[in-house]
Design a protein around this ligand. Structure first.
Ligand code: B12
Length: 318
């Protein structure tokens, strides 16, 4: 009997042939595909699909998550393309349906949805063992945070963009992930999944403002700017890959948040990506660790070498 795997749109996908050609337009899922042992079958990715660096380096890039070069992608003849409702546009998915046999649609909305994501891709591409191993690791980490029930509720404003200031609504992966640690994002209700806000207004009454390191590359300069706009509210940079990358990174992400929500985690900024193409640092070697780290939101200079790189977004186009 043929087995089918159903994606979030209700599309059924059979078991792929061993030589399936996979394109992935979702950065965090590209990493998952590699962690499932499928890197050799990846024929296309976006410029923002940067992990695992060594494995994706050789995979052709077909634009950004929102501006996919369809002609370039189709020329690579994928049999399967993985998209996500938040990351990609409906137009991209619909256009691809005309030429690609399988468009796999994803939309994880909380850490628990990673189990289904691992099983969906593991099932379609014959990597059940690898998917089961990831599920076991995730279950272990989620079991570890289940005992935080006594924790005090903390109200946070999580900023993802500047000019205009944007945040996340409660039904997003980021918000639901933070909620696992009893951190509730404000505002409690919003008319968009990623609402534009009036910053000083939205910060009223929150315990802390979190600046996500992506998609806007918030750095020390913006910490100062926001402290001035919202006096008295603590401001801290948080590693956006740890809060918004569903897929295999979610396991590390939950561990990071366990530490971060206890005030222990450090965010060490890397050189930012080019905001338009993701290109500038995706394939170029990054400087080693060292430089500036953030300890409880405060920049701490570890070495003089990167001191100058932290003050501003240098070369980026927000
Ligand atoms: C909100 C936001 C996010 C959110 C949500 C996802 C998203 N990308 O929209 C979060 C914080 C999770 C996020 C993460 C990332 N983001 Co972002 N993000 C934004 C932001 C600030 C606003 C976009 C927005 O308004 N989205 C909400 C609206 C458009 O989407 P929507 O209402 O949900 O509507 C869409 C869906 O409903 C979808 N849809 C509806 N029905 C269906 C059906 C199907 C089948 C599908 C597929 C889609 C679909 O189509 C609609 C139109 O896109 C923009 C910058 C900006 N100011 O525009 C960057 C931006 C989109 N992000 C970007 C990037 C690169 C990322 C990251 C890769 C991080 C990074 N390196 O910067 C990550 C990836 C995370 C991952 N898991 O892999 C880039 C894309 C660049 C490009 N040229 O393509 C932008 C433009 C920022 C930039 N650098 O300029 N991001």
């Amino acid at each position: 009997m043929t087995q089918f795997y159903t994606d979030v749109m209700g599309n059924r996908h059979g078991r792929a042939a061993p030589d399936a050609r996979i394109a992935c337009l979702v950065p965090s899922i590209t990493e998952l595909i590699c962690d499932l042992g499928l890197a050799a079958q990846l024929v296309a990715r976006t410029g923002f699909c940067i992990h695992p660096r060594e494995l994706v380096r050789e995979v052709p890039k077909v634009g950004g998550t929102k501006d996919v070069d369809l002609a370039q992608l189709e020329a690579l003849a994928p049999t399967h393309v993985v998209v996500n409702i938040d990351e990609n546009t409906r137009e991209t998915a619909e256009a691809l349906r005309a030429s690609v046999p399988h468009v796999i649609v994803t939309h994880p909305l909380g850490p628990e949805d990673n189990f289904g994501l691992y099983r969906l891709l593991g099932g379609i591409f014959g990597r059940e063992t690898e998917a089961a191993a990831l599920c076991a690791r995730l279950a272990g980490v989620m079991g570890g945070i289940a005992g935080l029930e006594g924790r005090r509720l903390r109200r946070v404003l999580y900023l993802i963009w500047r000019d205009p200031w944007m945040t996340v609504s409660r039904d997003t992966y980021i918000s639901r992930t933070l909620a696992r640690f009893h951190w509730l994002t404000e505002p409690a209700t919003a008319d968009a999944r990623y609402p534009v806000i009036n910053l000083p207004e939205a910060a009223k009454g929150v315990d802390e403002i979190l600046l996500s390191s992506e998609p806007y590359p918030f750095r020390a300069k913006q910490v100062e700017e926001i402290r001035a706009l919202c006096p008295g509210v603590p401001v801290r940079i948080i590693d956006g890959e740890m809060t918004s990358w569903y897929g295999s990174r979610a396991i590390e992400g939950l561990q990071y948040l366990s530490r971060f929500t206890r005030g222990e985690a450090v965010y060490e900024p890397e050189p930012p990506l080019d905001l338009v193409t993701g290109d500038s640092s995706a394939d170029t070697p990054r400087p080693g660790h060292g430089g500036v780290v953030y300890v409880r939101g405060e920049p701490v200079v570890l070495s003089a070498r990167r001191k100058g790189s932290v003050g501003g977004p240098g070369g980026m186009r927000p």
